[in-house]
Design a protein around this ligand. Sequence first.
Ligand code: MG
Length: 248
Amino acid sequence: MIILKSPREIEDMKPASQIVADCHREVAKLIKPGITTQEINDFVARHITKLGGKQFTKGYHGFPAETCASVNDVVAHGFPGNRPLEEGDLLKLDIVAEYDGWFGDSCWCYAVGQISPQAEQLMKVTKECLDIGISKALPGNRLGDVTSAIQQHAESNGFSVVRDLLAHGIGRSLHEDPSFEHIGVAGKGLRLREGMVLTIEPMINQGTFRITIDDDKWTARTADGKLSAQFEHTVALTQDGPLVLTAH
Ligand code: MG
């Protein structure tokens, strides 16, 4: 069941999303060669608390940390750890916060120092996929208008779209209906309505779209070991167009 939010409830959702946004703004300054993803995670965990929010992911079905930190071929749900980041790494840092019973969710892709031109291009196209998807998130459109635009942009640039990890509705729960892939057909699928709040979070791979899951049951990797990038925002569909609640 899709839970539509009133304009007032969308206002109420802003603080949780803005905590996530502020975490990204602040943590971005720390991301450089030598820092570990555990240190990055611990900074974000403290920052969420400092801003009055609550973390959600640690303990969620056994997930061990307050953020997902996914490096290079790790697509999503990577565990923060003690390996220092190296020049050229791609870090996807996914942050969730809860405030006053509402959730915000945003993943951002960070270049660690100087990255390869190929990695740079993947990051650029993935960010464009997010922006294009958001621009189609209009009441009256179909979900396929959002997802096909993402797929078309990724594939026309020679990249692939991960299928097995889904975007979702968000509100008083982190995961609400609908769940959806970032591929589709324009004009098809669910009719978008004012008051829907969705994550749009394309995961775009350099090679195959196929992924594997590590024995830890969480860490999702590209099946061919090539790079993956992701950008994610929490987006409210309003009368005036898409409102990016996690803008940072
Ligand atoms: Mg997320």
